[in-house]
Design a protein around this ligand. Structure first.
Ligand SMILES: Cc1cc2nc3c(=O)[nH]c(=O)nc-3n(C[C@H](O)[C@H](O)[C@H](O)COP(=O)(O)O)c2cc1C
Length: 182
């Protein structure tokens, strides 16, 4: 029995999904397009559930809804790329966020060392080897080991997602927090 099982269960009302989405929408995030596969199998999906997990080993994760077309592509290839979108890539974010998602062949990209597509103009990318797939309710949590990475080289603002809206970060950066200065 885990410590969590031993806790007394409080009486709680079920959480309304729309309210959960609304509150979580107040947590500002960047926006990524996860790409995977090669050639005709290449696919991409807009995702904001990305987070870094560990530096040693270098692990990152993202959550994907169970019915996503990308799920089979990532499983099949075992590799994927996290593309961090720049402020001016809002159109691209929308193109990979619908049921009729864009084709990788129609957007600027190049293959990274694993063959998975890296999107042109992205702020940066992490190329990953799929190391774990964890059930997470109506989503699946994909954990990847970073095997290759890069930045665009040109400093640009990120695309951000806040309260259901996509937009560029308008405020001037105020410098890094000391905790990240090493
Ligand atoms: C800003 C933004 C963030 C999103 N984040 C996620 C996410 O983290 N996980 C997810 O499964 N879908 C997310 N979506 C929805 C998917 O992009 C969308 O359901 C998907 O493209 C539909 O097709 P597919 O999943 O079959 O490719 C997000 C959409 C937008 C616009």
């Amino acid at each position: 029995m885990s410590a969590m099982d031993a806790r007394p269960a409080p009486r709680v009302e079920p959480v309304d999904g729309r309210a959960l989405r609304d509150v979580c929408g107040h947590f500002v995030t960047g926006v990524t397009v996860i790409t995977s596969g090669a050639g005709e199998r290449a696919a991409g999906t807009t995702v904001n559930s990305f987070t870094s997990v560990s530096l040693d080993p270098p692990l990152v994760l993202f959550c994907l809804h169970r019915e996503s077309r990308l799920r089979a592509v990532v499983r099949e290839s075992g590799w994927y790329v996290v593309n961090f979108l720049a402020g001016r890539q809002e159109k691209l974010a929308r193109a990979f966020a619908g049921r009729d998602t864009a084709a990788i062949a129609d957007v600027g990209h190049r293959p990274c060392s694993t063959g998975a597509p890296v999107l042109s103009e992205a702020l940066g990318f992490l190329s990953c080897r799929l190391v774990d797939e964890v059930e997470g309710g109506d989503h699946v949590i994909f954990v990847g080991e970073v095997v290759e990475l890069g930045l665009s080289g040109r400093a640009r603002d990120p695309l951000i997602f806040f309260r259901g809206s996509l937009g560029a970060l308008e405020e001037e950066p105020r410098g890094a927090h000391p905790i990240f200065d090493g």
